[in-house]
Design a protein around this ligand. Structure first.
Ligand SMILES: Cc1cc2nc3c(=O)[nH]c(=O)nc-3n(C[C@H](O)[C@H](O)[C@H](O)COP(=O)(O)OP(=O)(O)OC[C@H]3O[C@@H](n4cnc5c(N)ncnc54)[C@H](O)[C@@H]3O)c2cc1C
Length: 451
């Protein structure tokens, strides 16, 4: 049977665009349908605008530290509307770049909601298209628990478009998005609290990292409310919001942001017209090669719920394009040692196993840890400390994990990701000459195990 397309991609986000462009580059006839925004979550309501707002918040630190370096500044004034307008302009520019990337790769771009009609057929805005293969790359969507007054709260999607900077913000959640938004609002001058139902935020990260960040955020005046959960939200007569906690306490805010996880975006996707099955968590079930339970349909990115990060969606998109249209270049995605950052203030950079994961996996570990005041702060009154930690296998000397909380942690950890991928040992770290004077050199000068 002759199909309209070799590959029909649903979703022009990180994974979908990568798969479509490369498949077209390998000679396939490709279409992409996008219902909302080109570039997906990352470009529009994720990594990119988030990082721009983090930069904005970080300026406050620079201003605070300036006097130690002899600068006298007039009192600064921050204008939220300017930051958001400039951010929006940059996002529009990126949307255009994504459009060009697709069009210049000869991908047919269809703007509209795509719905599966069958195992080889998709409908977009009333028109039907057939394809030999269909790739679902529809990403995720914020999940807000069903409590009374939940409609009064916002999610990260709306936070990027607030008209004004709220005076008091309550961020709910303990994942990286909650922590990052708390840092943004607090850095920009809002009185900010973070409410999380667990003992400590950032579950899955190294224990020392979590505790260190908690201490640093508290030093900055962020109100951390762990072991707390919101029972209901009510609007006050003056328009502000009252959050009643499970334990009966009441918190007041002008904005309540829920960052309590994300669900796969499957709305009106028509999966019921195909043999695609979901896994026990509700994500699309795929095998090692992103094949769903319907032979002609594949899925990648956040919608399969593996590692929900843009570079991972990109790698999966590339793997699918190669597997389908350039077999000789196919390489499976390596999910081990994925470096990540949390753009909190100070930021976290991490790659490899946490101490807890290493112990759980049966490693006998040596821990190297250092806490120090970064040089940049020595001429200022800021008492922030940087944490650097290595988790090493005591038997093989392999470095299992590198962790950092401190300025530029994300930038620093990228290079260490290469070292871990190459299987570096602690001895090789020790034999590497440091870059002096930097915070990063601590990673190669940690001589004595702390435990
Ligand atoms: C606030 C926030 C901050 C983040 N920060 C980072 C970060 O710093 N670093 C990092 O690596 N990752 C970050 N992420 C995660 C990252 O954005 C995602 O992992 C990544 O975007 C996933 O790519 P994807 O291709 O799976 O889906 P997406 O990028 O979400 O793309 C899916 C696309 O499909 C479209 N779509 C959905 N359904 C349909 C349909 N039926 N028809 C047509 N189109 C459809 C959507 O409109 C969307 O454009 C962040 C996420 C959020 C929410």
């Amino acid at each position: 049977m002759a199909y309209d397309f070799d590959l029909f991609v649903i979703g022009a986000g990180s994974g979908g665009v990568r798969a479509a462009r490369f498949a077209a580059g390998f000679g396939a006839k490709v279409a992409v349908a996008e219902s909302r925004y080109l570039g997906g979550t990352c470009v529009n309501v994720g990594c990119v605008p988030k990082k721009l707002l983090v930069y904005g918040a970080h300026v406050a630190d620079e201003l605070e530290q300036a006097s130690g370096y002899g600068w006298t500044l007039e009192e600064g004034h921050f204008d939220w509307a300017t930051l958001i307008a400039n951010k929006n302009r940059e996002i529009e520019r990126l949307n255009g770049i994504y459009r060009n990337l697709l069009v210049n790769s000869a991908v047919t771009l269809l703007q509209g909601h795509a719905r599966l009609i069958g195992s080889n057929e998709v409908e977009v805005d009333g028109r039907r298209y057939t394809a030999q293969r269909i790739l679902i790359a529809t990403g995720g969507w914020p999940f807000v628990p069903d409590i009374p007054g939940k409609d009064l709260a916002i999610t990260s999607n709306e936070a990027f478009y607030l008209k004004t900077l709220p005076r008091r913000v309550l961020v709910v959640g303990g994942g990286y998005i909650a922590v990052e938004f708390a840092g943004i609002f607090q850095g920009l001058g809002a009185e900010t609290s973070l409410v999380y139902r667990g003992d400590l935020f950032l579950r899955g990260f190294d224990g020392s990292v979590r505790q260190h960040l908690k201490d640093e955020l508290e030093k900055r005046g962020l109100h951390l409310q762990f072991n707390s959960d919101i029972k209901r939200i009510d609007q006050q007569a003056d328009g502000s919001l009252k959050a009643t906690l499970e334990d009966g306490r009441e918190l007041f805010a002008d904005c309540i942001l829920y960052a309590t996880g994300r669900r796969p975006m499957l709305d009106d996707l028509g999966l019921e017209n195909t043999g695609v099955e979901l896994d026990e968590r509700g994500y699309i079930r795929v095998d090692e090669q992103y094949q769903t339970t319907e032979p002609s349909i594949l899925a990648i990115g956040d919608v399969i719920g593996r590692v929900q990060l843009t570079p991972v969606a990109l790698a999966e998109g590339m793997a699918v394009a190669r597997r389908l249209f350039k077999q000789d270049q196919y390489r499976p995605v390596d999910y081990r040692n994925i470096p990540t950052a949390v753009f909190s203030q100070p930021p976290i950079g991490t790659v490899g196993l946490s101490e807890e994961q290493a112990l759980e996996a049966g490693h006998e570990v040596k821990i190297f840890e250092s806490r120090f005041r970064p040089m940049k702060l020595t001429l200022t009154d800021v008492q922030e400390k940087t944490l650097i930690k290595l988790v090493v296998d005591a038997q093989t000397d392999r470095v299992l994990g590198c962790h950092m909380v401190g300025p530029d942690a994300g930038e620093i950890i990228q290079g260490l990701g290469v070292a871990l991928k190459a299987g570096a040992t602690k001895q090789q770290f020790d034999e590497t000459i440091g870059v002096h004077p930097t915070a990063a050199e601590e990673f190669v000068t940690l001589r004595t195990p702390t435990r």
